[in-house]
Design a protein around this ligand. Structure first.
Ligand code: HSE
Length: 344
């Protein structure tokens, strides 16, 4: 069977973008043999490191070798056809990529600059695959309409529970069910911090560890204040449950008010604090929130520890369906991007 080449432009090359490049390099032979596809990275662009574009593909090992030298792409070897310095928007608009992989940092105030990258790529008929929560949480309806109008795909599995397929489960595997509620542990960093604090570590040490392991957002305030979980609640509400919620309609409280004493008291009482995101449809009304909840240990969500996430969907035909799996981390998030790329 003939192998098809699928070209990718990566906007962003931090923890997640680099993890995707490593996975592609490691799995290239399997992808060719089992799926008859070759994934070719034609462009990478990031504000700190510079940008590279080669319509015939970049060498992944050489990208990492250049980064090793000085943290930028300056040392990537020149070759005929290689171009440097294209802007993110130029790559989204004019590169030969089939799919733009938007993996820049999430901004939950404006969604920018990722929102413009997505709009530009989709309006040129390029698919967009993203782990960036901003554009999906703030503009899902617009972007999916733009994708449909331009015969392109807009996929974002890794925005919720990283590569654990909580969106695909609801949108495809549970097709035909009405999902009337979702309740979940949607932020890996805070669940990790709560787990570490229960084991006696301090909040500051636990947060620093979550940052060093690549779980936290660029600005971890988004994690600990519940904003990251709020973004995920919005995505599930709008992209899975057919709501039209805005972020101001979701009450939001993070874990910063929880003290070591609160956590110890819960443990002594056979309970556990968890940061819970939920959405519930009742009649024409939608209620959504993010807040710390004191759960009895008999609650399945109380048993979800570390960076693991969990989502329970309430369905009309199957009752409750729960999915538990990785919720943060470079490789874990890139796994969702790869699944989206293969879906395309
Ligand atoms: N900072 C996020 C978390 C990354 O900790 O869950 C995954 O979205």
């Amino acid at each position: 069977m003939k192998t098809t080449t699928h070209r990718l432009a990566l906007i962003g090359f931090g923890t997640v973008g680099q993890a995707l490049a490593k996975i592609i390099a490691a799995k290239q032979a399997d992808l060719k043999q089992l799926r008859h596809i070759r994934l070719q990275i034609v462009a990478v662009a990031t504000p700190g490191k510079g940008s590279l574009y080669h319509p015939d593909g970049l060498d992944i090992a050489a990208l990492f070798a250049a980064l090793e030298k000085d943290g930028t792409f300056a040392g990537y070897p020149d070759s005929p056809g290689l171009e440097r310095g294209w802007s993110n928007l130029a790559l989204a608009r004019d590169s030969n990529a089939d799919t733009v992989v938007e993996v820049s940092h999430t901004d939950m105030t404006t969604g920018q600059p990722a929102l413009d990258h997505c709009r530009t790529a989709l309006s040129r008929g390029k698919n967009v695959v993203t782990s960036n929560k901003g554009p999906v949480a703030l503009a899902y309806a617009d972007l999916s309409a733009l994708a449909a109008a331009n015969n392109a795909r807009f996929l974002f599995e890794s925005t919720v529970t990283a590569g654990t397929p909580s969106l695909r489960l609801a949108r495809h595997a549970l097709a035909g069910n009405e999902i009337t509620a979702m309740r979940g542990i949607l932020n890996g960093t805070t669940n990790f911090i709560l787990t570490e604090m229960e084991a006696g570590r301090s909040y500051a040490d636990a947060l620093a560890k979550a940052q060093s392991l690549g779980y936290a957002e660029a600005d971890p305030t988004a994690d600990v204040e519940g904003i990251d979980a709020l973004a995920k609640v919005l995505i599930v509400a709008n992209a899975v449950m057919g709501c039209a919620l805005t972020k101001d309609e979701i009450s939001c409280r993070g874990i910063t008010q929880l003290t070591a004493d609160d956590i110890a008291a819960a443990k002594a009482a056979g309970k556990r604090w968890k940061l819970i995101g939920q959405v519930e449809k009742q009649g024409g009304q939608v209620e959504a929130s993010v807040q710390p909840v004191l759960l009895p240990l008999s609650d399945p969500l109380a048993q979800v520890m570390g960076t693991t996430n969990a989502v329970t969907y309430r369905t009309d035909l199957l009752g409750d369906v729960t999915l538990v799996g990785a919720g943060a981390g470079g490789i874990e998030t890139a796994a969702g991007l790869l699944a989206d790329i293969l879906a395309i």
